[in-house]
Design a protein around this ligand. Sequence first.
Ligand code: A2P
Length: 335
Amino acid sequence: DGYVVAVVGATGAVGQTMLEILAERKFPISDLIPVASSRSAGSSIEYMGKEYIVQDLETFDPAGVDIALFSAGGDTSRVHAPRFAAAGCYVVDNSSAWRMDENVCLVVPEVNPHALEMARENKIIANPNCSTIQMVVALKPLHDAVPIERVVVSTYQAVSGAGGKAMDELAKQTGQLLNAQSADVNVFPARIAFNVIPHIDVFMEDGYTKEERKMMDETRKILESDIAVTATTVRVPVFYGHSESVNITFDGPMNAEKARTILSDAEGICVVDDPAGEDYPMPSEAAGTDPVWVGRIRDDNSCANSLHLWVVADNVRKGAALNAVQIAEILISQS
Ligand code: A2P
C-alpha cells in the first residue's frame, strides 16, 4: 500500500531528481505514474528497478492520483494543475505559475510548514524559486531571533536551474571553446561557458529581472513579513549548486558569533566556516547533498547589526525536487 503518485515532467532535470529522491526516502508509493509531453509519451523510465511507461499530460486522466509533483514549466502548470486539483489530487508545483496567488501557499518545510493548512481546500501547493528556498532556510532562524530589516542578495546560479538543455549547452560550449571553435548559443541569452551572465528570466520595466523579483516577493510571502529585499541574480558556468552572497541588516543586536550559534542549531543547515582551514561551502561539495550550507559568516563592518553570509545548496535537490518531496511527506503525515 501507499499513495498513487504522478511526476509531471518526469523526463526533465528536476523530474528525474524527484524520482531519485522519492526512492531514496522510501516514499510510500502504491503506483507511480510518470507524465510528460507527447514528445516522450510511450517511452519508459525506471523507478526502483521497475519500468514505467510515460503518459501524455494532454490526455492523462488524474482521477485516482493522490499526489502529483509538477515540474514541467509554468504554462503547463497553469493549465493542468487545476485539472488535477479538481480531481481531488494534491499538486506540489515547482513552477512560478501559482507562487504569488493569494489562495495558494508557498512552502519551505523548515520555514513555514503551517502554511500548508491552506492547501486542504484548493489542493495546490507552490514550491518556491530555487534561490529563494536556500536563502529563506538560512534567514528564518536568524529572523526568529532578531527581526530582519533588510536583505541584499547576489546569486551565482548553476545552469541546471534552467533544465536539461541548459546543462547540455554549457557542456557543448565548453568543448567548442577548448577546441578553438565558436560557441553555439541557444538556451541562454549569451555564451555561458567561461562567462557570467547577469540576466536570469526576463527583464521587467523597473530594470530588475523576473528571477530577482521572485526572490524579493517570495521571501516576503514565506517569512510573512514585509522586510526589504533586493537581489541581483547571475548565471555562472557551474552545473549543480547555487551560491549566494547574502547581506542582512537586523532590527536589533546581532553579530557573527550569535548568528553562527543560531545557524549551527537550525534545521536543514550545515555550517562550514573555518577560514583558518580554508573551509567554506562550495557548489562542488554541495552538489548531490540535501542541506543548505552556510559559511563566511562575518560582521558587516560598514553597518550596525549587519552580517554577511555565503549560502550554497544543490538547486535541483533542496531548490526543487527535495523541497517538493518534503512537502508531500508532510501532506501524507497529516492525512
Ligand atoms: P518532455 O521530455 O516530454 O519534453 P527540463 O526542465 O529538464 O527542460 O524538463 C522539462 C520537463 O517538462 C520534461 O519532462 C518535459 O517533457 C516536460 N514538459 C515540457 N513541456 C511540457 C508540456 N507541454 N506538457 C507536458 N510536459 C512537458
